[in-house]
Design a protein around this ligand. Structure first.
Ligand code: B12
Length: 270
């Protein structure tokens, strides 16, 4: 398939930011259930970006990525539509988002879409780090983009601001990352509970993104689903219902209720 046709079909599906990379070698794939969906003879990965920032996301007690509509569903539906349109030309096209065997930040870099921050995230000029990554794996040999060699400006603000000092030499120490800790299902140690309090959010963490200079003066998303009124805060009463529809629901209500109780002990019904 020629590049022009690929672009036209992706645009028709509402996807405007994309790049193409070779299918990564087996050794680089992540072990997850979705791995079995990789089509036989996979040759190329079409990496797509879905910006989600809007100024409305500034205030709240959950991280910004979780304030908008569940990106697994939104991105999944854009990618499925694109796969339908692409397969009309011939070949197999399979969508993945997040729950993906493809290391998404690495593949986006390989596809020339941006640079990697010290906080580990993909940074683009237009949208900073505030974009989701999704991809389509195909058995078709497509024209590859040139990987982006650039790195972030290296100011180190993310390292300094990280409440658990989890970012060290461009690597994330998971056991010190608040976003990792507050998503755990198990009981937390005292030290971990303190980290949840220091981060101050019931779900996820945005501190390494909020201080990033590449996230200043970025553009607002144009994706209609991400412009719908966000849910910026959760409460003891709303958590059980919201977990059924939002991106933070995959772990069930327990971790959110536990974090909420740590952050707002007085306002919990026991
Ligand atoms: C598990 C996970 C987490 C975990 C662990 C994160 C971590 N840093 O390890 C937790 C829960 C902590 C987390 C938190 C967050 N996450 Co997260 N997470 C993921 C997930 C599902 C897998 C990441 C992973 O385990 N990678 C494995 C490690 C080992 O990968 P790696 O370091 O890149 O190493 C690989 C490469 O080096 C590779 N390699 C070496 N050479 C080469 C060459 C080539 C060509 C290739 C392809 C690979 C390759 O080999 C290694 C193994 O594969 C991805 C989605 C995905 N499928 O990638 C989202 C993802 C990375 N997360 C995302 C987001 C938004 C977040 C948060 C911002 C959410 C929040 N606000 O709380 C935070 C940020 C925390 C931080 N600073 O990292 C986005 C990032 C978008 C962006 N702009 O970059 C992703 C891409 C989800 C998505 N679909 O949009 N996350």
């Amino acid at each position: 398939m020629q590049r022009k046709e690929l672009a036209e079909r992706l645009n028709q599906a509402g996807i405007f930011l994309f790049g193409v990379a070779p299918m990564p070698a087996e050794e680089f794939l992540l072990q997850c259930r979705a791995k079995s969906k990789i089509p036989e003879g996979a040759k190329s990965v079409i990496v797509c970006l879905f910006p989600y920032y809007s100024p409305e996301l500034e205030q709240g007690n959950i991280s910004q990525y979780a304030m908008v509509e569940d990106y697994h569903k939104v991105v999944g539906s854009y990618l499925s539509r694109a796969c339908e349109l692409l397969s009309q030309v011939g070949g197999k096209f399979v969508p993945f988002v997040d729950n993906s065997p493809i290391p998404e930040v690495s593949i986006a870099l390989q596809a020339g879409l941006g640079k990697q921050g010290k906080n580990g995230l993909l940074i683009t000029k237009q949208y900073g780090t505030y974009q989701f990554i999704g991809e389509i794996v195909t058995d078709q040999l497509l024209e590859y983009d040139v990987s982006s060699k650039a790195f972030c400006c290296g100011c180190g603000r993310c390292e300094t601001a990280c409440p658990g000092k989890a970012i060290q030499h461009g690597k994330i120490r998971l056991e010190q990352c608040a976003s990792h800790i507050n998503q755990l299902k198990r009981d937390l140690t005292e030290q971990e509970q303190q980290l949840v309090k220091d981060c101050g959010l019931v779900w996820g963490c945005d501190i390494c993104q909020k201080v990033c200079p590449h996230n200043q003066n970025i553009q607002t998303t144009t994706i209609p689903e991400f412009l719908r009124p966000p849910v910026c805060s959760v409460s003891w009463e709303t958590i059980p219902k919201l977990v059924q529809t939002r991106a933070f629901g995959f772990r069930g209500p327990k971790p959110l209720l536990r974090n909420y109780q740590l952050l707002y002990p007085e306002s919990c019904i026991k």
